[in-house]
Design a protein around this ligand. Structure first.
Ligand code: SF4
Length: 391
């Protein structure tokens, strides 16, 4: 079992270089955090109900969605972790083989359909998982082979996308262009080859493709652009179900259970956008979740903050609630410079340091602040004086 350390006195994050999992829980401010990777980004109704039971029985009942479409259960103890794992394996929410969890994270465009390229490639990649190189813990692969890519803003190191002409592409993060491939099998083969090239060309040091400086090999020449990005799933009716938003990516087990209790619900797709697509759901409005695309909480990215994360010196949720009625554009609240809730720049970013907030305009959590050391109660006044919350 692993534990992380508290932030140092400057409030700078400790970069651990590994991701928590189920077999590798992380010690946080509210106990052990267990991260579950839903296979193919989907949970059956029964698995979702089991997850709710697990969260309540072994943890605090709080469930989080991550920006990589994973699920986190919080508040476990050393005593409850072992029975939790037994339960999760029994429910096929976690593999009994801890090594599988160390394979790169595979994220699917959430609207995949059985037998389409996204589904086929993900299945083939899973089946050939042992052929992937052993890579640093945060490396991920996005399978995003619908008509237009929808995961471009979500963290990944290698992507499968589609060109404007409809060809499948494999694209390395940091490159605007990708390599066209003939079919799903060729995409999987190229992905596997690229993971080995990454490690042989210094990936252990760079750790992420976006920071990797080695030129791409000749057999993966990047010469074809992906189609322009598509839209993420909008809140409301979608296909045979409904998409719900989760404020700041959090939901309590009782609310999630209520969402999937109707017998008509078949499964839930997990998205990297803090939205759940509940297939079979018909209730237009459900308490405890976001039912409206215009809800300004959807504009806020906030990490758990104190007391949930041991690296946090500030609470993020109260400030997020306070700012919500005033927000018209994206705001990122990060309790330390690591910026877990959002990797891209935001028009307004508030970063916690030594118990106060730094204000960054058009930047990331670790960018240079415009002003430093504001109390939570002063942040709104300062942002209003700049007009920074409005479009
Ligand atoms: S950004 Fe937030 S959740 Fe991530 S390490 Fe820092 S305090 Fe913790």
């Amino acid at each position: 079992m692993n534990s992380n350390s508290h932030a140092d006195s400057s409030g700078s994050p400790r970069i651990k270089g590994w991701c928590p999992g189920a077999w590798r829980p992380m010690t946080t401010g509210d106990g052990l955090l267990v991260r579950v990777r839903p296979p193919l980004g989907e949970l059956s109704r029964e698995q979702t109900l089991a997850l709710c039971e697990a969260a309540e029985t072994f943890g605090s009942g709080l469930i989080e969605l991550t920006s990589r479409a994973n699920i986190q259960l919080r508040g476990m103890t050393e005593a409850t972790w072992a029975p939790l794992m037994e339960f999760l394996v029994e429910q096929q929410l976690v593999s009994d083989n801890a090594k599988i969890e160390r394979q790169p994270q595979i994220m699917l465009a959430p609207a995949w359909q059985t037998g389409d390229d996204t589904h086929t490639i993900a299945q083939q990649l899973q089946a050939r998982g042992v052929e992937l190189a052993e890579m640093p813990g945060k490396v991920g692969i996005a399978i995003d082979a619908g008509e237009a890519p929808v995961l471009s803003d979500s963290a990944a190191d290698f992507r499968v996308e589609r060109s404007i002409e409809g060809r499948l592409l494999v694209r390395a993060e940091g490159y605007a262009l990708g390599t066209a491939v003939a079919d799903a099998e060729a995409a999987v083969t190229l992905l596997i080859r690229l993971t080995h090239w990454f490690m042989q060309s210094g990936g252990e040091i760079s750790r992420r493709m976006a920071r990797h400086r080695a030129p791409l090999p000749v057999w993966a020449s990047a010469d074809m652009p992906p189609a322009p990005p598509g839209s993420k799933l909008a809140i409301g009716d979608h296909g045979a179900g409904r998409v719900y938003g989760l404020a700041f990516g959090r939901v309590d087990a009782a609310t999630l259970r209520a969402l999937v209790t109707p017998r008509a619900v078949s499964h839930v797709r997990i998205t990297p956008w803090r939205r759940l697509w509940v297939n079979g759901a018909t209730a237009p409005v459900t308490a405890g979740v976001i039912n409206d695309e215009s809800d300004s909480r959807l504009l806020m990215d906030a990490c758990p903050g104190a007391p949930y994360c041991a690296q946090a010196s500030v609470a993020t949720q109260p400030l997020a609630q306070r700012l919500t009625p005033h927000v018209e554009q994206r705001v990122h609240i990060s309790a330390c410079a690591k910026g877990c809730a959002r990797q891209q720049p935001a028009p307004v970013c508030l970063t916690g340091r030594n118990g106060r907030f730094d204000v960054i305009i058009d930047g990331c959590a670790d960018s240079t602040p415009q002003v430093a050391g504001l109390n939570e109660s002063d942040v709104l006044d300062y942002l209003e004086s700049l007009g920074a919350l409005h479009l």
